[in-house]
Design a protein around this ligand. Structure first.
Ligand code: ARG
Ligand code: ZN
Length: 876
């Protein structure tokens, strides 16, 4: 039965302390747990039995207050252990055996590359020992790890190391003590033969913190960036949020087999290697940026997640939405604010808007779930961050910061709810959030439409805003959202206009925030000297879809808006419409005529190549296939592909020489730098190469080969290789072979080799991806490799995944079925590639449904994958 938000009950027992002893052995690890428990009397549950979660544990003994319990005192089931007739306060000692080397789910304690790692969020701790495995049970932990010193010289857990020694049999041990109470999902251990890179950080109040990053031997030359990011994030959290680190040691361990990106275990973050390791020749600029943000994200969880955790998993966005917001703010403050907002919004639109528009749509705070692991979604994370951002936009930065401080102070060392967060914001601002709470409760992306009317005689501008949100599964009717619309008025000369909004004392210019509450609302501006073009949703002030601009208005904003994000946005919207027109023309069987104004806009972007190369690269990047698909009543992958290719070729021909000049070889003598201009030049080189290849295939191929062979960075090499992979040419085959030979020993770079081929548009892609599923280097057990080939193909290759033959669908469905037997979380996550089935033509719909039905017909399909397939299939 699904769990429901309104069925929350406080725990019947609380745990004060947990002492764990691990005898680490890959085949049979003994886990001894000693818990001090106490009945949760405050909640009036008089004689309830003790219920502990536990899965796949081989129970060896149970002692209550030191006395062994006979089998008549407890019941052991598939999901846990129930003990009757327990006193109000007692100790419980259990001993279980687990087999980390057989744990292919990568949840609980497992072995990767011979080393031991854990992943406990959300419900992995129950695969380690019997425990009330829910986040509102917070306890103080010690962990003693015992292992063979040759195999596991390094022994890490949460908190501070307090003692260590050697046993008579030669094994060594280390004891760790975490002084801060925490829920079980934050427990972690790492044991193995890892290389440690150390550094130090002094907090603003003078605490000396020892930093360690622990990686596989041979990777120690790829951690400088992660370490620098960590120190920058620690400093930034002090400055921006007043939050200081609270232990003497902070460790990060990197593991090659990991279900997610990274995990915020108290004092011992565990990371996917993909989000730690970087060297200029192995990682792209995008990798470097993602590492920076994720290192910061997990570190920021120390307060928003660990010190203040979640009462139950329905509150997941309380920590994730807030922590994504915090890592976005860090990114904006430490790089370039407008560029970083552009990138974040692009990601939100590509992933979250699609989720919100299909059968998997769910509120930021879901009302029910079967497997919580299926709710680590773009909605909970990215839309959750937008909801926090809207709160700040509504009440202002100062009140937001006071509200944040109050939230932390009031809920420190406890398990909180979204209401607790919003209450702190209300108390510090006086703002009534009752209508705003719908953002947490209602799924779906609101459509926002505007109309403007200028009365020259009265110097009055009337802006009418209308909102509408389509039904989503289980929510047929939507109440209006409270939408903060940050806006300004741009005059005919391109300058910001003065205006006085009803209720304001004086006219002023610049950004103001309108609060749209009703389905339709009018805002009247007086003293407006000239007819304006409204610049709406500056900085993307709400996660909605805006319409109402004509193309002239978009062109005006693209040229003049004072808000950097909105300027880019207007240009993208202009390009999107031009491409949608091209798609429509292709569907009518007409030739595509590329809009000369679009070409002119791209020429203008090229003028920025020197002073703002990163912005130029973003403007020159045509809207993605996902963006175009989102705007079509019936998605037509072939027309989307052709319209993009044709337009790219036309723009490329018109500006050929300028593109050719930009995509020459990178300057190998310049020192590697991650400043926005250096990254911008590399991005620009790749974009320019794409245009040149489209416009002049022979010259393009030449330039691509040169860039591939000589670029000093992975960004340049991979950019060229990706474009080569789109061509079925001997140059492609040679480049792919060379890349494979050079990098087959590096798992993360090999992932790129798989991903590029999975996403290729070349005509032989389906055959090649099929073949790659049987490649010696393909491994279902490694989530990164599975994502690089199968997920990348399903989510990132619109053209061939949706091939009319249905071969792409069948291939992904087959691979999901196979990976489900090894790792159900990875299988379940991949199913969302089928969730858009209702958006396609009847033939593709039938094929996609058929793929889901084939999965559902397998009686052995895991509960995780079944939940996702049923939701995707039924639209509920
Ligand atoms: N809390 C982690 C993060 O946001 C993600 C862990 C997700 N784990 C899972 N089993 N779904 O960084
Ligand atoms: Zn997180």
């Amino acid at each position: 039965a699904p769990r429901r938000l309104d069925e929350y009950r406080p725990p019947a027992f609380l745990v004060d302390t947990v002492d764990l002893i691990f005898d680490l052995d890959p085949a049979a690890t003994r886990v001894r747990a000693s818990l001090t428990l106490r009945r949760n009397k405050a909640h009036g549950i008089a004689d309830a039995p003790l219920e502990l979660d536990g899965e796949g544990l081989d129970l060896r003994s149970v002692l209550l207050d030191g006395e062994a319990l006979g089998a008549n005192r407890y019941a052991l089931g598939d999901h846990g252990l129930t003990i009757r007739d327990v006193p109000d306060e007692f100790t419980l000692d259990t001993e279980v055996i687990i087999a980390p080397e057989r744990n292919s789910e990568l949840s609980g304690l497992y072995v990767s590359g011979g080393d031991f790692f854990t992943q406990c969020e959300a419900e992995g701790f129950r695969r380690i020992t019997f425990f009330p495995d829910r986040p509102d049970v917070m306890a103080r932990y010690t962990a003693t790890l015992i292992a063979d010193p040759a195999r596991c010289p390094l022994l890490l857990s949460n908190g501070n190391p307090v003692d260590r020694g050697t046993l008579p049999d030669g094994r060594h041990w280390a004891k760790w003590e975490d002084p801060h109470p925490k829920p079980s999902y934050l427990f972690a251990l790492v044991a193995g033969d890892l290389v440690s890179v150390h550094d130090a950080f002094v907090t603003r109040s003078g605490r000396q913190v020892q930093l360690g990053i622990h990686v596989r031997r041979g990777d120690e030359d790829k951690v400088d960036h992660a370490m620098a990011c960590l120190k920058r994030a620690m400093r930034w959290d002090e400055e921006a949020f007043g939050l200081e680190y609270d232990l003497d040691i902070f460790n990060i361990a990197a593991v090659s087999d990991f279900n997610m990106g990274a995990m915020e275990n108290k004092g011992l973050n565990i990371f996917n290697t993909a989000l730690v390791l970087a060297r200029p020749d192995t990682a792209t600029d995008a990798d470097y940026q993602r590492i920076d943000r994720v290192i910061a994200h997990e570190y920021f969880h120390n307060w928003t997640g660990d010190r203040v955790t979640c009462r139950d998993w329905f509150q997941l966005s309380l920590k994730e939405g807030l922590t994504v917001f915090r890592d976005q703010e860090y990114g904006a403050a430490t790089t370039d604010a407008a560029l970083s907002r552009i990138d974040d919004v692009k990601m939100l639109r590509a992933r979250q808007f699609a989720e919100d528009a299909g059968p998997l749509a769910h509120p930021v705070r879901p009302a029910a779930y079967r497997k919580i692991d299926n709710f680590y979604t773009a909605t909970v994370y990215e839309k959750g961050a937008e909801v926090v951002r809207m709160i700040r936009t509504i009440i202002g930065h100062a009140a937001f910061r006071r509200g944040f401080d109050r939230y932390i102070a009031r809920n420190d060392n406890s398990a909180a709810t979204i209401e607790d967060f919003v209450a702190a914001m209300r108390e510090e601002s006086g703002f009534d959030f009752s209508q705003f709470m719908r953002w947490y409760e209602q799924a779906g992306t609101p459509q926002l439409r505007f109309e403007g009317e200028y009365d020259a005689a009265a110097r009055r501008y009337t802006l009418t805003l209308r909102q509408m949100t389509a039904p989503t599964p289980g929510q047929a009717h939507k109440e209006p959202f409270l939408i903060p619309v940050a806006m300004g008025l741009i005059g005919p000369d391109g300058a910001e206009l003065e205006a006085r909004l009803e209720g304001e004392a004086d006219a002023h210019r610049g950004t103001r925030v309108l609060l749209l509450r009703a389905a339709e609302q009018r805002f009247v501006f007086e003293e407006v000297a000239a007819p304006p073009v409204p610049s709406l949703l500056r900085g993307f002030s709400a996660p909605v879809k805006l319409s109402g601009h004509d193309t002239a208005g978009l062109a005006h904003l693209a040229a003049h808006d004072t808000d950097g994000f909105s300027r880019w946005e207007a240009g993208q919207e202009y390009a999107t419409r031009a491409l949608l027109d091209a798609i429509a023309a292709l569907q009518r069987g007409e030739a595509v005529a590329t809009d000369p104004a679009l070409v002119a806009a791209m020429a203008a972007a090229l003028d920025l190549a020197q002073e703002a190369p990163a912005l130029a690269a973003r403007i020159l990047s045509l809207p993605g296939k996902d963006v175009l698909a989102d705007r079509m009543a019936v998605i037509d992958p072939d027309a989307i592909h052709e319209a993009l290719e044709t337009s790219r070729a036309a723009i490329g021909r018109a500006l050929r020489d300028r593109f050719a000049a930009l995509c020459g070889a990178e300057d190998a003598s310049a020192p590697f730098s991650l400043d926005p201009a250096s990254m911008g030049r590399r991005a620009l080189g790749n974009v320019a190469l794409a245009y040149l290849m489209a416009a002049d295939p022979a010259a393009g191929l030449d330039a691509a080969q040169r860039r591939f062979e000589t670029a000093p960075t992975m960004t340049g090499r991979l950019g060229a290789l990706a474009l080569l992979a789109d061509t079925a040419t001997p140059a492609r085959d040679a480049a792919l072979a060379a890349f494979h030979a050079r990098w087959r020993g590096d798992a993360l770079v090999s992932d790129k080799w798989f991903r590029i081929q999975a996403m290729a548009t070349a005509p032989d892609t389906l055959d090649r991806v099929e073949a790659l599923t049987r490649h010696a280097d393909f491994d279902l057990r490694n989530p990164n490799r599975f994502r690089a080939l199968v997920q990348a193909f399903g989510a990132g290759n619109q053209r061939w995944f949706h091939d009319a033959s249905g071969r792409g669908y069948a291939l992904v469905a087959r691979m999901i079925g196979e990976v489900d037997r090894v790792n159900r979380q990875i299988a379940a996550r991949c199913i969302d590639v089928f969730a858009s089935w209702q958006r396609f033509d009847p033939a593709r719909q039938a094929l996609m449904r058929g793929a889901l039905d084939a999965l559902l017909a397998d009686p052995a399909l895991s509960a995780n994958a079944r939940e996702m397939a049923e939701r995707a299939r039924a639209g509920s």
